[in-house]
Design a protein around this ligand. Structure first.
Ligand code: M4M
Length: 199
């Protein structure tokens, strides 16, 4: 087994999907969390200047979804067939596009709140309806077993619900999916033991 070191802030954010994949597959890794204050010093030492990164026996992997897809492939959570894998990737990208639209680093609190509110009030409902339709009466988003697309829905919806409690009240199927992921024993254990952070 390679030595794995995941570097990110002390947040769920863009690293949590990888932490779920490690937890689910019982792979040992170093969950290295840097202080915001140390970031300017570390940034220039990282190949593309962004975190998370995953070091795999010294190879530095960047981009949270490339890291997630790599771990999902290794652990059988990437989707069963090439077509299922493409559907999984498409769902992950759809959720990620929405999460990435939030101006996380906006310095003006007024502007930040305005855009956050607009996304949560006007954009989220359409996405949630599309996801609800895509899920339909299936147990998992894609195929007959859990994939990292289900994990990503759980991770991102936790942050969305922190930003807007009640956001998915009109989507009991999506809520039930979230709860199915949270109830997977290895995920339940991780959620219970992880550092508690708001985002
Ligand atoms: C993100 N919480 O939670 S933060 C994406 N992006 O709390 S830059 C998908 N280049 O404000 C799911 O740190 C969840 C998250 O330094 C997410 O992109 C999240 O200006 C955060 C936070 C930041 C963040 C981010 C954007 C720009 C910069 C750094 C980080 C995300 C997500």
């Amino acid at each position: 087994m390679p030595h794995y070191k995941l570097t990110y802030f002390n947040l769920r954010g863009r690293a949590e999907i990888s932490r779920y994949l490690f937890a689910y597959s019982s792979i040992e890794y170093e969950d290295y969390r840097i202080e915001q204050a140390d970031w300017p010093k570390i940034k220039p030492t990282i190949p593309f200047g962004k975190i998370p990164i995953l070091e795999v026996d010294g190879v530095i992997l960047h981009q949270s979804l490339a890291i997630g897809r790599y771990l999902a492939r290794k652990t059988g959570l990437a989707g069963e067939t090439p077509l299922d894998q493409a559907l999984v990737d498409a769902i992950v990208a759809t959720i990620d596009d929405f999460m990435s639209a939030f101006p996380w680093a906006e310095k003006s609190p007024d502007k930040k709140q305005k855009v956050f509110n607009d996304l949560l009030t006007n954009t989220a409902p359409g996405l949630l309806q599309d996801l609800d339709n895509f899920l339909g009466d299936k147990e998992w988003l894609v195929g007959k077993s859990v994939t990292w697309a289900d994990f990503y829905w759980e991770v991102c919806s936790t942050t969305l619900l922190y930003l807007k409690p009640g956001l998915i009240d009109d989507h009991p199927k999506l809520l039930a999916l979230k709860n199915r992921v949270k109830a997977l024993p290895a995920i339940a254990t991780w959620i219970q033991q992880r550092p508690e952070t708001t985002l």
